[in-house]
Design a protein. Structure first.
Length: 118
């Protein structure tokens, strides 16, 4: 969870309780294509990832399945939060903006695709 207080960001990890009852009578349809709204959410996630600077940005998410989009969005948030933590540990000002750059090779190495801009 990111809490904005004035101009400072505080990163805090909280785990929400597990859902005990499903809100739908069936599981997620991970092989389904995305709705227009879901594509827009993936485009938003691409802003966190830094993928919005790629030539493929306007079409990002259009060919993803629900499962792929879920993994992409979760990875985008995790990478962005980790980049913020790394920037703070490296001495960045708490009010600095962290700008992600696309990782064109592997998403496994978090620090390779980030920069902290003041």
């Amino acid at each position: 969870m990111v809490i904005l207080t004035g101009h400072s960001f505080f990163f805090q990890t909280e785990k929400l309780p597990e859902v005990t009852k499903s809100l739908r009578p069936f599981g997620p349809k991970e092989d389904s294509s995305l709705s227009e709204f879901q594509v827009e959410l993936i485009q938003l996630a691409s802003q966190l990832n830094g993928d919005h600077v790629l030539n493929t940005y306007p079409d990002i998410g259009r060919t993803m399945t629900v499962g792929e989009a879920n993994r992409y969005a979760e990875d985008a948030v995790a990478r962005f939060l980790e980049a913020g933590r790394i920037a703070l540990r490296a001495g960045a000002n708490e009010s600095a903006l962290v700008t992600m750059r696309p990782a064109l090779t592997s998403r496994a190495s978090m620090p390779s695709g980030l920069s902290s801009e003041l």
